[in-house]
Design a protein around this ligand. Structure first.
Ligand code: NAD
Length: 387
């Protein structure tokens, strides 16, 4: 079938297998440049390894460091006239390339929050790997089904007060204003349940109890801090409360299991998750313009290669790994703040790398990739290596 993008707001409901494969290949080629410099893991479990930062972590560890990788994801295969999700096609492409390079690469597709998937992963590790020496926790999810069957929904709201600021309407590319209302205490609790550390700790506990966690293993989860202008919606908002919980969980995990558990604070980038946050996509498009001009722009793969090759063991005063160092450089933030003040509906193109934003957005779903004939028939059914 001929596959075209179908964009609805901040999501694209189709994905292109060949385009996804191209962008995975490009990331693999970047990671290969780090060969010999990444020694963080021999056998890594990547939870949320099919898109965004998790996929880039998997690629960096495998192709920059020769690691065997087991991925947990929640993706949909193709069925009837529906394409698979981008994460499914990314995974198929990654695993094909891994096989060519003689690297172990398998996936478990299902709800990472569930005990059933944890058990399946543990069985796969016992059978295929023995133990894992790295666990990357890179889930981004709007909801979590709790052990008692109830569902917690995360919200992207403020804590305390309304927050009004500029935003971009991704359907029309128009700059306007948005008012984000405060989360209720129950909504904050639910957001912490979904995006906080409880499930990360449950994974580590399950792996440890099953005897499949290597002594002295490394485990990382990802966070974001950003500039003051996004504090009300991110760092001090409901998602920020969950990220704080993640940080305390890292400390608790390190203490309890004697392993290295840390939070890496990553750069703001276009991913399926960040597109959903009010205000942030406009900030990202301004940031892209400033960082590209300065020559310091990085995508997920450059960030993850730098993390594993250069940043492990280096912490700020609070104990975070700061991969957002280039984003937060004072000269970059000064320019972004100026642009934020000036940008409006009429001059968006002058200040924002809106084309760059949309290029990244389409490429996440395998569209607008060089060298792909989008008018050609393509097979949407693609197999992955299920563990
Ligand atoms: P993403 O949406 O690209 O990836 C999410 C991954 O989680 C996918 O592999 C998806 O399949 C998996 N997933 C979601 N729900 C699942 C479930 N129930 N069971 C199994 N797998 C599930 O997200 P991302 O932007 O790469 O975010 C990953 C982490 O990085 C998050 O903690 C996020 O807060 C953090 N982060 C993101 C940014 C950013 O700008 N995108 C910046 C800093 C930190």
């Amino acid at each position: 079938m001929v596959i075209e993008p179908k964009v609805r707001g901040f999501i694209c409901t189709t994905a292109h297998p060949e385009g996804c494969a191209k962008s995975v290949l490009a990331q693999i080629n970047t990671a290969k440049k780090y060969a010999g410099k990444i020694t963080a893991a021999k056998r890594a479990l990547v939870i949320g390894g099919s898109t965004g930062y998790g996929l880039a972590s998997r690629i960096a560890l495998a192709f920059g460091g020769g690691a065997s990788t087991l991925n947990v994801m929640f993706e949909r295969p193709a069925s009837g006239v529906r394409t698979a999700t981008a994460g499914w096609y990314n995974t198929a492409a990654f695993e094909r390339e891994a096989a060519k390079s003689g690297l172990y690469a398998k996936s478990v597709n299902g709800d990472a929050f569930s005990q059933e998937i944890k058990n399946r992963v543990i069985e796969a590790i016992k059978r295929d790997l023995g133990t894992v020496d790295a666990v990357i926790y890179s889930l981004a999810s709007p909801r979590r089904t709790l052990p008692d069957g109830t569902v917690a929904n995360s919200v992207l709201k403020t804590v305390g007060e309304n927050f009004t600021n500029k935003t971009i309407d991704l359907r029309t590319n128009e700059v306007g204003e948005v008012t984000v209302t405060p989360a209720t205490p129950d909504e904050i609790d639910a957001t912490i349940k979904v995006m906080g550390g409880e499930d990360w700790a449950a994974w580590i506990s399950a792996l440890n109890d099953a005897g499949v966690l290597e002594k002295g293993a490394l485990t990382l989860a990802y966070s974001y801090i950003g500039p003051e202008l996004t504090y009300p919606i991110y760092t001090n908002g409901s998602i920020g409360m969950a990220k704080r919980d993640l940080f305390y969980t890292a400390q608790a995990i390190s203490k309890k299991y004697g392993i290295t558990a840390r939070i890496s604070v990553n750069k703001a980038l276009v991913t399926q998750s960040s597109a959903a946050i009010p205000v942030v996509p406009l900030y990202i498009s301004l940031l892209y313009k400033v960082m590209k001009k300065a020559g310091t722009h990085e995508g997920c793969i450059e960030q993850m290669c730098r993390l594993f090759a250069e940043k492990l063991g280096k912490y700020d005063s609070e104990g975070y790994i700061r991969l957002d160092d280039l984003e937060m450089a004072p000269e970059i933030q000064k320019e972004v703040a100026k642009a934020w003040k000036a940008v409006n509906a009429q001059n968006l193109a002058d200040y924002a790398d809106i084309d760059g934003y949309w290029d990244d957005f389409y490429r996440m779903f395998g569209f607008k990739c060089d060298g792909v004939d989008y008018s050609a028939d393509v097979e949407p059914n693609v197999a992955i290596q299920e563990a």
